[in-house]
Structure formats: structure tokens, C-alpha cells
Design a protein around this ligand. Structure first.
Ligand code: 5AD
Ligand code: SF4
Length: 448
């Protein structure tokens, strides 16, 4: 066990920096809770921390380089470094290399092993370096402390991992096989979050709609069953879930969009491409028609639903004509908001070694055209919302005096002024649309 740079024994303060998806944000919060249980406190804003956790993302470009530059930036003027832990999906995929290349890193911990962080910190304080990228069969969730803190919006991981093996994606390798957390544990964690102040819970999973479990009556239920039961928690105002796979969009879940009032009218359902040939090469196991028919069913159940998705441009072999099919799909759907990415070869995935990789300038141009179309549709969706009166969950203060920020049911950012408090659900008229947010006017003061 080598130990070159001086490290603070028994760290007193920590900072967790999470990159990437919402599940990483959830994991980062849980790691913070674990460290807090050890009596380590968050480093005050602007001050160095004794222990820094870099909670990394490996889904796209330059993930590993970013980690090395972040590690370099943590070096202090006197040449010392905090105790550094690299966590998340880069840790899982490239942990050994990180240990070899970056002596300042004392701990490498994968997404399924971070419940062991406190022991690793103890060992690191004594000068040891440790890697734990096991994917234990027993779940880490049992070893995590109970939830005690929450803002008005909270994440709750209900499902993890992926068995779909889309040919471009690292997730099945970094997060492992699909697991569903037990129903009872989720109800308990949700209740605790609500007691701690959460008014909205977003259920998370790489394939969240593949969640299955057994309710208290011993019946086997899908995500819709879980949502229905969570909706019974009195002080919980809103439920969302992300991210879904079209093939797991069950009739029950679609129905829940129509009859569970607390389930917000928003669906993130990635399709990735508008070309059936590309979808097949991606191993998506669904075609464009099927995707569109699911959206039609969802719209029937909940006509005002806001739709969202993910697209990849420049998947190996994608032709101009196939890309045009993606633009056509975008026009057909009319998304409220969307994510779009240039294809990035991920080491170890089948697509990385496919022939016909699309040149970068072509990908740049396709992404530019796609994003122009998506931005146009997002603005159109926002503009069409003007004049509606809706509920907004107040999340935080805005930049201007007296200004508040919150979300509409359709996940739009809304800003307005008035006498409200964080966590209130207030009635707001949407009065002016911008590309990324909407100005609102408070209609009814929050009731106490
Ligand atoms: N290159 C580009 N985008 C990717 N995504 C996943 N893997 C890659 C990759 N190799 C995108 C997909 C997915 C989202 C989370 O990230 O669109 O839905
Ligand atoms: Fe990756 Fe596909 Fe699984 Fe989503 S469904 S996590 S894109 S392999």
C-alpha cells in the first residue's frame, strides 16, 4: 500500500461532487449521509474539505480525463491533497487504472459498494489505499442510514441496473443487472422523506418502469402499483419517475397517468433514433411505430402530458436519410423538452468496434439541426402554456428580491413573486414564456 502525499488523518469535513444523472445525485446524497453518521460535517462553502468524493459519470465523452483534471485541481498550494475518493461509474469501469495513475486518490468505490465508504475512510486515514468495485448480491440499501433530511423535492432510487444491453451503453457494465428494491423499503423511505420535508418524490431507475415488487398483501405489483400506494401518503403532493424504456411501458402504468392525480403529467421516454434500422443496430428492441403507439395511449390517458426523451445522433452507420427520420419523429411527437447527444464510443460496448463510425463534423451538424428542432418545440410548448393556471411547487428563492422558483406540473421552471415559502404548492397563472422558463403570477396565497 503506497502513500505518497500527506493526507489528513481523521477527516472532519467532506464534500461530495456528483456528476451525470439523477441517480448519481441520489447516490451522492446517500454518501453524504453515511459520512455525516461518522461525525464528518459538510465543508463550509468556499473552504477546503478534508475528504472529497468525486462521484463520477461514464456515460459519454471524456469522463475519465475529467476525473484526472478534477483530481489535479484538488491539489492545494502546499502540494498536499484532501483524502480523495473516486466513486460512481468511472470508478467501476476504470478503478484500477485510476489507482495506478493518481496517487492522490486513496479510495475507489463503485456504485454498488459505497455503503462501505465509512470503513474505507477509516483505512485511508491510516494511510491505506483501497478499491471496492464489488457488486454484492446483498443490497447496499440495507446498509445505508435512514433518511433524515430532505428539501421539497427528493429522489428515491427504486430500481437499479439494466439488462437491456443497448449496444452503445455502458450502464449494464457499470451498474450491473437490474434489481428492484423491495416495496416495503420504498414505502418506508418515502414516508421518511416526506416527514423530513419532501413534497415531491421522483422515483429513479435506469429502467424505472421495469420495477416490480410484492405489496403488503403479497400481490405482485409493477411501478403503477407502487405509485398508487405512494399517492396515499397524505403530505406527499407530487410523484414523478424517470427514466423509462418503451418496452416496459405497461397498460397499468399508462392507466395510472389517467387516474392518479399526484402523478405529474410528464413522461421521459427515450427513443434514441427515428430510424428502425438504427434502432435495431442499437438493440433497442422496439420500432418507431411501437413507440408512437405507446405515446398515443399515454396521451389518451392524460391528454395534457408533457413528453420528453433522449436522442443519439451519429450512431455508427447512421446515414443522412436515417437522421432525417429522427427529425421527422421529433416533428411528429412535439416534445416539451428533450436531451440529445452525439454518439460517444464507450470502451467495451459492441457499438464502439462497429465499422462506419460517423465523422465528428457530421455529428456536430446533425446535433445542431436536432437541437434547433427540439428548442423550437420546447419554446412552442412553453408558449402554449401561457394563460393556463396551474399548481407550482416552490423550490427556492430566485435571483431577484422577492422572486421564487418552482416547477409546473409539466416540469417547466416557473418564476414569480409573492408571499410564499419553500415547499408550498401554490396556484400560479403562467403569463409569459421564455425558451427555458415561464413567468407566472401568483393567484392564491399559500394556505398555512
Ligand atoms: N453516446 C451518446 N449518448 C449516450 N447515451 C448513453 N450512452 C451513450 C453513448 N455511448 C445517452 C442515451 C441515454 C442517455 C442517458 O445517455 O440517450 O438515454
Ligand atoms: Fe443503457 Fe439501454 Fe439500459 Fe438505457 S436501456 S441504461 S440506454 S442499456
Amino acid at each position: 500500500m503506497s502513500n505518497s502525499a500527506p493526507t489528513p488523518a481523521n477527516p472532519k469535513t467532506y464534500r461530495v461532487k456528483s456528476f451525470g444523472c439523477q441517480m448519481n445525485v441520489y447516490d451522492g446524497d446517500r454518501m453524504a449521509e453515511l459520512l455525516a453518521e461518522q461525525g464528518i460535517t459538510p465543508a463550509p462553502e468556499g473552504e477546503d474539505a478534508d475528504l472529497v468524493v468525486l462521484n463520477t459519470c461514464h456515460i459519454r465523452e471524456k469522463a475519465a480525463e475529467k476525473v484526472y483534471s478534477d483530481i489535479g485541481r484538488l491539489r492545494r498550494e502546499d502540494g498536499s491533497s484532501p483524502l480523495i475518493a473516486v466513486a460512481g461509474c468511472v470508478a467501476q469501469a476504470e478503478g484500477e487504472e485510476i489507482m495506478a495513475r493518481a496517487p492522490a486518490v486513496k479510495m475507489v468505490v463503485g456504485p454498488q459498494a459505497y455503503h462501505r465508504l465509512p470503513d474505507m475512510v477509516k483505512a485511508a486515514s491510516q494511510g491505506q489505499r483501497m478499491t471496492d468495485t464489488d457488486m454484492p448480491a446483498e443490497t447496499k440499501f440495507d446498509a445505508l442510514p435512514k433518511r433524515r433530511r430532505s428539501g421539497p423535492t427528493a429522489f428515491l432510487t427504486v430500481q437499479e441496473g439494466c439488462d437491456k444491453f443497448c449496444t452503445y451503453c455502458v450502464v449494464p457494465y457499470t451498474r450491473g443487472a437490474e434489481i428492484s428494491r423491495p416495496h416495503a423499503d420504498l414505502i418506508e423511505e418515502a414516508k421518511r422523506l416526506v416527514e423530513a420535508g419532501a413534497r415531491e418524490i421522483t422515483l429513479l431507475g435506469q429502467n424505472v418502469n421495469a420495477w416490480t415488487g410484492e405489496n403488503a398483501k403479497g400481490q405482485s405489483v409493477g411501478l403503477d402499483g407502487l405509485i398508487r400506494e405512494l399517492a396515499e401518503i397524505p403530505d406527499l403532493a407530487r410523484i414523478r419517475y424517470t427514466t423509462s424504456h418503451p418496452n416496459d411501458m405497461t397498460p397499468g402504468l399508462i392507466e395510472a397517468h389517467g387516474d392518479v392525480a399526484k402523478l405529474m403529467p410528464f413522461l421521459h421516454l427515450p427513443v434514441q433514433s427515428g430510424s428502425d434500422r438504427v434502432l435495431k443496430a442499437m438493440n433497442r428492441a422496439h420500432q418507431v411505430e411501437k413507440y408512437l403507439s405507446i405515446l398515443e395511449e399515454v396521451r389518451k390517458a392524460r391528454p395534457d402530458i408533457a413528453l420528453s426523451g433522449d436522442f443519439i445522433v451519429g450512431f455508427p452507420g447512421e446515414t443522412d436519410a436515417e437522421f432525417e427520420e429522427t427529425l421527422k419523429l421529433v416533428d411528429t411527437v412535439g416534445y416539451a423538452q428533450c436531451f440529445s447527444f452525439k454518439y460517444s464510443p464507450r470502451p467495451g460496448t459492441p457499438a464502439a468496434t462497429m465499422g462506419d463510425q460517423v465523422p465528428m463534423p457530421v455529428m456536430d451538424e446533425r446535433l445542431r439541426r436536432l437541437q434547433t428542432a427540439l428548442n423550437r418545440d420546447q419554446y412552442a410548448f412553453n408558449t402554449a402554456s401561457v394563460g393556463k393556471t396551474c399548481e407550482v411547487l416552490v423550490e427556492r428563492r430566485g435571483k431577484h428580491p422577492g422572486q421564487w422558483l418552482g416547477k409546473s406540473p409539466w416540469l417547466q421552471s416557473v418564476h414569480f413573486t409573492g408571499d410564499v415559502a419553500v415547499g408550498d404548492v401554490v396556484t400560479v397563472e403562467l403569463v409569459e414564456a421564455g425558451p427555458n422558463s415561464i413567468a407566472g403570477a401568483l393567484k392564491v396565497p399559500a394556505s398555512a
